[in-house]
Design a protein around this ligand. Sequence first.
Ligand code: BGC
Length: 736
Amino acid sequence: MLYAATVCCASATAAEPWMNTKLPADERAGLVLREMTLDEKLKLVFGYLGADQASKNTKRPAPSHDQSAGFVYGVPRLGIPHLWETDAGLGVASQGGPNVRYATALPSGLATAATWDVATAYAGGAMIGAEARAYGFNVMLAGGVNLLREPRNGRNFEYGGEDPLLAGRIVGAQIKGIQSNHVVSTLKHFALNDQESGRTTVNVRIDDAAARMSDLLALQIAYEAGDPGAVMCSYNRVNGVHACENAHLLNEVLKDDWGFAGWVMSDWGAVHSTVPAANAGLDQQSGMPFDVSDYFGAPLKEAVLNGWVPRARLDDMARRVLRSMFEHGVVDHPVAPAPDTIPFKAHAAVSLQDAQEGMVLLKNDAHVLPLNGAVKRIAVIGGHADKGVLAGGGSSLVYPAGGNAVPGIAPTTWPGPVMYYPSAPLDAIRKRAPGATVTYADGADRAAAAALARDSDAVIVFATQWTGEGMDVSDLALPDRQDALVAAVAAANPRTVVVLETGGPVTMPWLADVGAVLEAWYPGTSGGTAIADILFGIVNPSGHLPATFPASEAQLPRPALDGFPYVADRRFETDYHEGAAVGYKWFDLKGLKPLFPFGHGLSYTDFTLSGLAADVKDGIVHAAFTVTNTGKVAGREVAQVYVAPVEARWEAPKRLAGFVKVDVKPGAGVGASVTVDPRLLAVFDATAKTWNVAAGDYRVILAASAADAKAVATTVHLDAAVYDVRGKLLRARTVP
Ligand code: BGC
């Protein structure tokens, strides 16, 4: 593909006062804004798709990068560069077409969340941000942190799971990593866009307090941890109002309550008005021609000239864009495409490490895994394991060097193509087992697969579930009769190992009959290698589930997904009656036993969690403990600290309040500690806009999952306290 020289902005502007890097970003934005004409300000708040759109007969702006997500004109005469926008959180994506750019794909967002390791999330963000920059982009539409409230959501693979603390911290670290490249990252999708069916028409009903303690808390934690330059409002309606013209969400929650000083961009096609949207807090329309009208083009100018949108508001919109550009180095470090400089090998290693950390060993009976040198005949079955590893579909799709390893699977167009990255597990397994005969069967013939399994001393069956943007799955079963394949293989050989490449939770009717299950998610560019490394114990698995795996859809707050199957243009409601009791909280509340609990993940060694001591200083809970490796190999354990009120009533019995991943050598014990964010001990008061901690006793639980039978606990007493909407102490109340 062609890359125009895009170095922006004459150096003649270098002496201008707003180019003084010593001044704060706000001041610089104010200085340059003063020089701008009305039309220049309007340009900054109007974005285009960076691709021709044949169906709408539109062409991309000439300076945009072809087949990219977005483009916004800057003001070159004042040294303000254009904004070149690329999707997304798993790497540099491309809009479909003949000229895709090849990039490194991270494992899915859920896989990264399953690492429970903020350093890994940061490293992945830094890597994809570097590729974005090298391709000439200065905005990355990454930072997806919609809560996994609905396991059938086709986009769960882009996000960080079901818990606000885990998802918020992981995605916040990724945003920080991306922005370390002077590339703005975009927190999205704001807010409550938790299903894809009817995503532009669904009306989500939830009360403010419940939202602030669930989906909004995940966004708030990611915002605080990552300091994103932009936030993307979502397609859906929330309590009757579209998110991109929802004054409560944008003006009140995001800007006033949280203090967000950057800009709000719309999702592509999520704008429905000019005056209501601008006055409700939307700062920039994105992706024309996706919307019905160019609301923030000529209509916004007319609205400003008529005073329907105050001039001060337009200034605020433009200032917010400029401020983030100064704050995050977009102006001072202009991008210039140099894709030849991308160190793809080193980047594949970053993706590999993420995949290795995030794979979750769900079951391992009788030490079926790791495979060792004694295995002589290995059967590898199904899941196109001879070719590659699966990726999720939609705008986040990263195209790999080498192309699609399994082309032609439907859908081949949006949200497809169904993509397999050319990192074949079969090749990697062969490399790890040079002395063994490794035979592949594609699984189409179940009897043949079973016969092969019977004759093998190790059997690895791959099962896949493709999910994508703009669609949900109808249920949690593996598609294409793969359950029958796994069952047949397991019946032939009970030591069968199942490797799952899924977008999110799936059900496993064959679970009792197999030896081991490894959840590999969508494992990214180096996925095949990562899988083999874990199967053979080169890497000890250390991922833990970032979401509950239900035993069946009947256990969910909505056994049937509202609005599914979607009928075009149908407006419908979904009632988030579970409120903040999302995921394991719902399962705890209802006393339900999931297939696998949130936080679960096995290792090739054994750990004990002990010596828990919790104390309270100035109302803040600290918990210290020891993680001991009682097994024979080194490993990494995720110690999880939950809190549970003894008297106070929460949305559910307990919440995750802290976590830490620690390396422990065999026989060693490592001390670790967590400090609890007081908002996780509080209930949000929507009227006073405070987080209120009730006086009383709270159990502090140290566990290796949300349903860990070996959990240990202690109790602390908390005085009543009130924290402001950002979690800052307002007053400690004495116990009455
Ligand atoms: C998605 C966004 C994405 C945008 C641009 C939309 O369909 O919801 O996540 O960033 O397209 O491609």
